[in-house]
Design a binder for this molecule. Sequence first.
Ligand SMILES: Cc1cc2nc3c(=O)[nH]c(=O)nc-3n(C[C@H](O)[C@H](O)[C@H](O)COP(=O)(O)OP(=O)(O)OC[C@H]3O[C@@H](n4cnc5c(N)ncnc54)[C@H](O)[C@@H]3O)c2cc1C
Length: 436
Amino acid sequence: MEPISIPSQSVPVLTSVDVCVAGGSCTGVFAAIRAAQAGCSVAIIEAQNRFGGTAAASQVSIWHSLFAMDNHTRIIGGLTQEVIDRLGKRNAITLETKPNPSIYAILNTEELAIELDEMVLENHITPFLHSRVVNVWRDDDGRVAGVIVAGKGGLFAIKARAFVDATGDADLCAAAGLALWRNQEVQPPTACAKFSAWPQFKEGIGTLIHNAAARYNLPEGMVWGAFSPAKNTYMLAGTKIPELDLSDGVSLTVAEIEGRRQLRAIQDLVADAGYPRPILEALPSLIGIRDTKHIQALYRVTTDDILYGREFPDVIGRGTYRVDVHSQNPPGSRFLYLDGREVFISPHKKNESGHWRDPALPTPPFYQIPLRSMIPAGVDNIITAGRMIDAESGAFGALRVMVNLNQCGEAAGTVAAMAVAQDKPIPDIQYRVDLP
Ligand SMILES: Cc1cc2nc3c(=O)[nH]c(=O)nc-3n(C[C@H](O)[C@H](O)[C@H](O)COP(=O)(O)OP(=O)(O)OC[C@H]3O[C@@H](n4cnc5c(N)ncnc54)[C@H](O)[C@@H]3O)c2cc1C
């Protein structure tokens, strides 16, 4: 249809701060906390009713290893460890006792949301929930000087000197007209859900779904899940919506409804297979989104940078989580480990194992995340943190997990605060993070 024009309007400015963070998963909250701790006034804007993003709104409950490939040398600390400690005091987390490449901690994601509320308030950050950044406001010099936010009462503005885009989809960068790109094959979104009375399956839920996939119109792919720390609910990540980029509202609507249809179909097929019907206890308030748009940054991380543990002068984070790319064809997930192993996991078949490189070659202790991969080109007061990172598909498959993006959040907040304090463009800020 023909576009319509809307008249220009005045909107109230609700606050003016040093640093404004758009998006409030742990990534965004950690950015806000670090900026506040550096002495900045900070506002954070989150579209959902709670902080925590994919963990709290989409129920994804697993954090991966904080250690190097020797399983001993700590590479991640900071606010990630602080949240683990805080949840530990409330019995809201379980930690794996043995080295495990798939799990380090299982979080009670409801408790996480409350913990993040407390951390935001303790650090005197001004929160805006149920609020979505929809545009930017530019000053007379054309510089991004504020964001336009759609809230419950209508549009409002927040002025700031520096911005952190932690929206996952790079909404703030898109509004600022910055260049974005997307992978040819976008990793599929998944509606996770929590169930009680989750049966003990003889054949595995992946096999059950595979056997009934055609009958229930279920796309195939990776299926996994985890019991909550109290073991009373099971979070299943078993649905998928192939080939949809959920960075626009129409696709998001289609995917939310289709995700819930698939959840009911899984309950039905479990019951049809002769097991007690699992009881649906909680739906996500936002479908889990793996991959949408990426920024064009000062540096694009390559898959080799990750797999060979390339060192960067502007390292701001480290990780060991394997390259993990979900695919529909063939259905499953391909894991490439830093020690040279390659494993393809299918929902219903034996794992296929091999090596992507000669295993006799040395294993890097970890990979590094360069600050430049978070700084969009073409603007001087916006930094990003999160899954919009500029990384090739394989590199993104490793970097996208929360313990990595948490570090990006902390670095983004620190760098935004440094840019404000030094009155310098973000790309000119020199910053690196040493091992904790
Ligand atoms: C099903 C699934 C399973 C996964 N499994 C794991 C796992 O086991 N372990 C792991 O570590 N990682 C896992 N991941 C990956 C990981 O969860 C995500 O890559 C990561 O959480 C992304 O973090 P983020 O902060 O970039 O974005 P998000 O978590 O998407 O957070 C973005 C936040 O910004 C808000 N927002 C968006 N747009 C706006 C706007 N315009 N204005 C204001 N707010 C906005 C959103 O509401 C959200 O709270 C999984 C992902 C999925 C989908």
